[in-house]
Design a protein around this ligand. Structure first.
Ligand code: NIG
Ligand code: FE
Length: 421
């Protein structure tokens, strides 16, 4: 079959395996790396991949052929945990943070998430849309082609819905594909202080059915954390969400280990996220229940902690792991997945192959898009990140610099030499 576009002579093409399930444990160590590789695209989908000179049958008069000596290609990077949509920003807390005031103490003083809630409630749809679009542009420029986006800075229906509507609108308007997660259980709103069960009832009885009715989110998430929601409360909310047909994610073991991981395993959550304080017992449970461990090292970095999630142990114990930014205005103000991936190597001891598997195929499974993205399997969408790098180790070795040369989304060139086209 004749290709529309033929990208040839990459130094290396990173091809994750897709065995029909996430890559667990030792399987994360493997991938096909095509030397002098090519990628053929037809109708926005992967038509063929291979090495050397592409087969003549792929080339017709109309085929656009581009050559990429000195570059590498990977599947479009997937950022599978972000708090994309919010009002304001929190640089005014930075001095406190530098002076050693902890994240939970800032939250307890009415700052942190709650200050962003105030700013988000005051922000118009248009303001939230423009701010989120700007973040998505940064992400695209760094090689990201799919993003999971959580609500959770409204904590009332009006504002939660506005956040979800922004995600729906940007999913249509922006080249990046968005996967929507409803996270009204991100904090206890001030008007429900001391009445967390009443707030959860409001979410269960009024918000979740409304989200479902308008199909505004695919996943439900909760912040299971000391001074936020308990494991029991998380179990309650997520089991109700599951009954209503939501897939589940959970913020667990981020700052204190209080049982969120057990809830994830019991309810068959797709993913447990953060896991900085994961215990051996928790790792065994997630491994057994095949809960994906979503690790966010840029958050650990930004919180100025040294408790990076025990990624190596998780892989040894057979877990599938993903990496993501956690992009948000408080615990991780960045849009740079490459930095999160580099920290995967520098601070968690992962190899470039493991990191790339985490951010492509495993991330695709974690956002339920495994049928269409995450690898160069024939028939998947042609989402391609091209790095100005001679081999797949280089973008990790040469850190904190955006090495993206081009990005293709569904076969369309979207980024070229540092610019969105
Ligand atoms: O993933 N943990 C909860 N939510 C975010 C922080 C959000 C914020 O600080 O605004 C997180 O770290
Ligand atoms: Fe988060």
């Amino acid at each position: 079959m004749i290709a529309d576009i033929l990208l040839t002579h990459f130094n290396q093409v990173f091809c994750p395996n897709d065995p029909g399930h996430p890559l667990f444990g030792q399987d994360m160590k493997d991938a096909q790396i095509l030397e002098d590789g090519y990628i053929a695209v037809k109708n926005g989908l992967i038509l063929a991949v291979g090495t050397g000179e592409p087969d003549a049958s792929l080339i017709g008069e109309e085929t656009i052929v581009r050559s990429y000596e000195g570059k590498i290609a990977t599947p479009g990077i997937i950022d599978c945990h972000t708090h994309l949509v919010y009002g304001g920003s929190r640089e005014h807390e930075f001095a406190k943070k530098l002076a050693g005031v902890s994240y939970l103490d800032i939250l307890a003083q009415g700052g942190g998430i709650l200050s962003t809630v105030k700013a988000t409630r005051e922000a118009s749809f248009d303001n939230l849309y423009q701010k989120s679009k700007r973040l998505l542009d940064y992400m695209l420029l760094h090689g990201v082609t799919t993003v999971e986006a959580k609500s959770g800075y409204g904590l009332n229906w009006e504002t939660e819905k506005r956040q979800l509507d922004v995600v729906s609108a940007l999913n249509k308007d922006h080249p990046i594909d968005l996967v929507s997660t409803f996270m009204a259980a991100h904090a206890i709103p001030e008007e429900y202080k001391g009445k967390s069960q009443a707030y959860l009832d409001l979410i269960v009885e009024e918000m979740l059915p409304a989200v479902k009715e308008d199909n505004l989110a695919e996943f439900c998430d909760i912040f299971c954390e000391k001074n936020v929601f308990t494991a029991e409360e998380s179990r309650y909310l997520l089991s109700k969400a599951k009954e209503m047909g939501f897939k589940l994610r959970i913020h667990a073991d981020e700052i204190a280990s209080i049982g969120g991981v057990d809830v994830a395993a019991e309810l068959g959550a797709t993913s447990a996220e953060h896991l900085m304080m994961a215990t051996d017992q928790g790792i065994a449970k997630m491994s057994e229940a095949k809960v994906i461990g979503n690790l966010l090292p840029a958050t650990t970095f930004s919180l100025m902690e040294d408790t990076y999630a025990p990624a190596r142990k998780m892989i040894e114990k057979g877990m599938a792991i993903t990496l993501s930014t956690d992009s948000n205005p408080g615990s991780c103000p960045t849009a740079n997945m490459q930095f999160a991936m580099q920290l995967g190597c520098f601070m968690m001891g992962l190899t470039p192959v493991e990191v790339l598997n985490a951010a492509t195929i495993n991330a695709a499974y974690s956002v339920n898009r495994q049928e269409s993205i995450g690898s160069f399997t024939i028939g998947k969408e042609a989402d391609i990140a091209i790095f100005d790098a001679p081999n797949i180790d280089y973008p990790f070795y040469f850190f904190a610099t955006n090495l993206i040369h081009q990005v293709y989304k569904k076969g369309n060139l979207m980024v070229d030499r540092g610019r969105i086209v």
